[in-house]
Write a protein that binds this ligand. Structure first.
Ligand code: NAD
Length: 288
């Protein structure tokens, strides 16, 4: 029997904890706030923004949304980021990527103050994840993977964790986060030889490829925990993961569904990060 690791359960538990902490802050006159920066009207950005706004509202976190047109000059994006950096009432900044091609995304994301960079975009926060430091912000998706494993009490220590995918936003950070929890980590990718064999060694298999239903039961060891990060649209316009869920049923001991798995936890991670930013910034301001 394969247990479905449902993201909503994790998200709701996290929301409950965050709500209580936010209430405590509000009693002291502190109102955690997230600033969202969006360029253009891409459906995936709009959908994520809707989810993020709903989750922040549930958590009691204030929001402000800055929207620029697809044709905007990058100086306008930088101006908004700088103003949010300086605004003491803003504790977290979320900027949607990719930015339009005429903008220098790497340079722009580095403008976000690392202490407000709640989606872990800056090199400083990436470096902190690589160094195993916990005072930064990892990107929301790998943090969601870790939150699911923690919520369902899946032991990582000593387990062989195989990651498929080596991107900066998912594969690499999740590998480092599993290593920090004492997993034995293998990172595999598009050039890995004998991928099926490598994956079949995993006690915990984390898949972040971007290829709909590629991972079949041939890649999964009996009893492995499978975390599917992929979000794809199949030929019938249906959302699907990188894992062929039906095929892996009864082989994996546990599996995250798509939709309803990793993706449903990311906005709660953002809320937790805004709160963490709020605490850090408050402590800093009260020391000075
Ligand atoms: P990416 O394109 O940056 O990286 C994909 C990785 O997969 C690469 O490292 C590549 O080496 C590897 N890969 C590609 N083809 C492969 C193959 N045939 N065999 C083995 N490895 C292969 O993608 P990403 O940004 O890391 O995203 C991965 C997936 O996760 C996508 O489906 C994306 O939509 C999804 N995603 C989901 C969330 C979420 O919140 N759930 C967030 C970010 C990304």
């Amino acid at each position: 029997m394969t247990i479905l690791l449902k993201g909503l359960e994790v998200a709701n538990t996290m929301t409950h904890t965050i709500q209580k902490e936010v209430d405590g802050f509000k009693e002291q006159g502190i109102y955690p706030k997230l600033a969202i920066v969006r360029v253009g009207e891409s459906p995936s950005d709009l959908s994520y923004e809707k989810g993020a706004l709903k989750r922040m509202e549930k958590c009691g976190i204030k929001t402000e949304v800055h929207v620029l047109s697809q044709e905007a000059d990058q100086s306008e994006v930088i101006k908004i980021i700088k103003s949010a950096n300086e605004d003491a009432s803003v504790h977290g900044i979320l900027m949607f990527r990719p930015l339009p091609k005429h903008m220098d995304e790497t340079m722009i994301q580095e403008q976000i103050s690392p202490e407000k960079d709640v989606d872990g975009m800056s090199m400083i926060n990436f470096g902190k994840v690589m160094a195993g430091e916990v005072d930064g912000f990892p990107p929301a998706t790998p943090a969601a993977v870790m939150a699911i494993l923690k919520h369902y009490q899946i032991e990582i220590k000593g387990k062989h964790c195989v990651i498929v995918g080596r991107s900066t936003v998912v594969g690499k950070p999740v590998a480092m986060m599993l290593l920090k929890e004492n997993g034995t980590v293998t990172i595999s990718h598009s050039k890995t030889e004998n991928l099926k064999e490598v994956c079949r060694r995993a006690d915990i298999l984390v898949v972040a490829i971007g290829r709909g239903r590629m991972i079949t039961k041939d890649y999964v060891k009996n009893g492995a925990v499978v975390i599917d990060v992929g979000i794809n649209i199949d030929e019938n316009n249906q959302l699907c993961g990188d894992v062929n869920e039906g095929d892996c049923m009864d082989i994996a001991s546990a599996l995250t569904p798509v939709p309803g798995g990793v993706g449903s936890v990311t906005t709660s991670i953002l809320a937790a990060h805004v709160l963490k930013g709020c605490k850090t910034q408050w402590l800093k301001n009260h020391k000075e």
